[in-house]
Write a new protein. Structure first.
Length: 180
């Protein structure tokens, strides 16, 4: 049965998509990748798919309207973005909120919410084998209970800390301190 890894966001170097595609070489053929979004690296990434002979395992879906992204997240099995740099990482929070096991790198703002084996999985930067190892852990049936626990903690974190009411309250507190 196929396992779908999803990446949402622009097809640009900073998102580490070439490393994600390269990780497929270390994974069984039933692991597939869906890329939502477009960008300047589209042609380069398609060429990489051909070069690595992972044709049929990578689906370039292009720009997807924001209101449809959640539908793709619901059908996926894992979210992965092996970023080289990142701000807050809204795509990660969306995936975690959708109940997806989430894999990323410990760069930028990601470590603020993605903790290895606590709320997700951390892979090494620019290391396709490390990405594959984290994906293997998540898809391994013997780890199912652990994965479900991590996903539940991640979803709870997003619901409690990153909902709009909470964000608005945090912003209000910042403004109140600034005005004092």
């Amino acid at each position: 049965m196929d396992k779908i890894i999803i990446h949402t966001g622009r097809l640009v170097k900073k998102n580490g998509i070439s490393d994600l595609i390269k990780s497929l070489v270390y994974l069984p053929s039933e692991v597939k990748l869906q890329l939502l979004g477009g960008g300047e690296d589209d042609t380069e990434l398609r060429n990489l798919v051909n070069k690595l002979n992972v044709i049929g395992r990578v689906e370039f879906l292009g720009h997807v309207p924001p209101e449809q992204v959640s539908e793709y997240l619901q059908r996926a099995d894992i979210f992965c973005r092996p970023s080289l740099s990142e701000g807050l990482g809204i795509s990660f929070l969306e995936a975690m909120g959708a109940g997806l096991p989430t894999i990323g790198t410990a760069v930028g703002g990601i470590p603020d919410f993605l903790k290895h084996h606590e709320t997700g999985w951390i892979c090494e930067v620019r290391n396709p084998r490390s990405i594959a190892e984290q994906i293997q852990f998540v898809v391994d049936p013997t780890n199912q209970v652990k994965v479900e626990e991590i996903v539940a903690r991640a979803r709870k974190l997003v619901e409690e800390k990153y909902n709009w009411d909470s964000v608005a309250e945090q912003m209000n507190q910042i403004f109140q301190k600034t005005l004092s």
